[in-house]
Design a protein around this ligand. Sequence first.
Ligand code: FES
Length: 144
Amino acid sequence: MRLVLGQDKQGGWRCLEDLCPHRLAPLSEGRIHESGELQCTYHGWRFNEQGGCTSIPQIGDAKAHNTACSSGRACVSAFPTQVLQGMLWVFADSSPEGWAEATAADGTPALPAAASPELRHSPAASAGLGDQEPLVPARRASQL
Ligand code: FES
């Protein structure tokens, strides 16, 4: 799965699947709208940080526009993020349960890989990547 990352006006990182639900164009070719939302470059659909569709410029009727935007088919998957020790982490679960787990407790996403004792003390973490073990276990990397 390809992801698109961006920062909001407050510097918070946002992560969406790099796939517009309209015609499957890469959202990474889009731009940040003045509203702070990600706008697809092809037909101008816009998405908020939760992946919800907020604008479909081709639909002028307000009721039809709201119906279309509220459809799950118009949404894109969004993933929780966290900056930890100078690295950007993406929690590889866009489900409501994943968001709940990632934002539990004090509101700071609790990324299992970052909290793992094996990761904190792995040779790769202290000696650089080189041909060492990857920082992110292969199982998690393949989910990204
Ligand atoms: S392909 Fe993204 S808005 Fe049409």
